[in-house]
Design a protein around this ligand. Structure first.
Ligand code: SF4
Length: 226
């Protein structure tokens, strides 16, 4: 068994001491995040940042700029972000058209009101499921949801239970419950939790974890049983 079970806020303090404070490396405005998410494939912070940089320099990201750009030019700007740039260029046009035609160019305004409606709007865009919707609503300051980084839901499960499930939805749901129970329902607390767990999952608690370098191994169920 681990030496002591730490609360999630205490684990986050340890992670922050080790990694330093984290800032989002992605746009937090809902429309811009949707564009950013399609700037790389497979989507990652690095691939999306590369595509986003080139797109903002060569085309721009506002709906009218994406809609008036030639598909070839869009695809050429997105190529640096990875595979299927032509398909991602089509997706960007679809996003821009919907935001312009259905929401008058103001996606944030369309997300005001009941949470269920905001989720429905976001999940209507390509590539956005519940984890993406949670992340957008949290970082945009719309709802302080218990969002879990979509590529690292295993981190909290390993610390608390040991081995993660093979089922992604089970891991996501359990990690979300743990955050909802222990991390105050405030924007700064929940964004901090998201960013630190994401960073830890990307740097050390990877698919193949580097437990010998981990600052919280003494409090981790996975480590104590491995
Ligand atoms: S000890 Fe290993 S499994 Fe546990 S949090 Fe650290 S890296 Fe992940």
């Amino acid at each position: 068994m681990p030496q002591a079970r730490l609360s999630i806020p205490a684990l986050l303090d340890r992670l922050e001491e080790f990694y330093g404070p984290q800032e989002p490396c992605f746009p937090t405005e809902p429309y811009e995040f949707l564009v950013w998410w399609h700037c790389g494939y497979p989507a990652s912070d690095v691939s999306c940042a590369k595509g986003w940089d080139k797109l903002t320099r060569e085309v721009g990201v506002e709906p009218h700029k994406l809609l008036s750009a030639r598909p070839l030019k869009l695809a050429s700007a997105l190529k640096v972000g990875g595979m299927v740039p032509e398909l991602r260029a089509e997706r960007l046009k679809e996003i821009a058209m919907r935001v312009q035609d259905e929401f008058g160019g103001d996606l944030r305004a369309a997300l005001a009101g009941p949470l269920a409606k905001a989720r429905r709007v976001l999940k209507g865009f390509p590539g956005i499921a519940d984890p993406g919707a949670d992340r957008i609503l949290l970082f945009a300051g719309i709802a302080p949801l218990a969002a879990v980084p979509s590529n690292t839901p295993h981190v909290l499960i390993r610390i608390r239970q040991g081995r993660e499930s093979e089922n992604y939805s089970v891991n996501y749901g359990e990690a979300q419950h743990a955050i909802a129970d222990e991390v105050p329902e405030k924007f700064d607390s929940r964004t901090r939790a998201y960013l630190l767990l994401k960073h830890h999952g990307q740097e050390i608690c990877k698919r193949k974890p580097k437990c010998n370098q981990c600052p919280i191994s003494a409090n981790c169920a996975y480590f104590s049983t491995s």
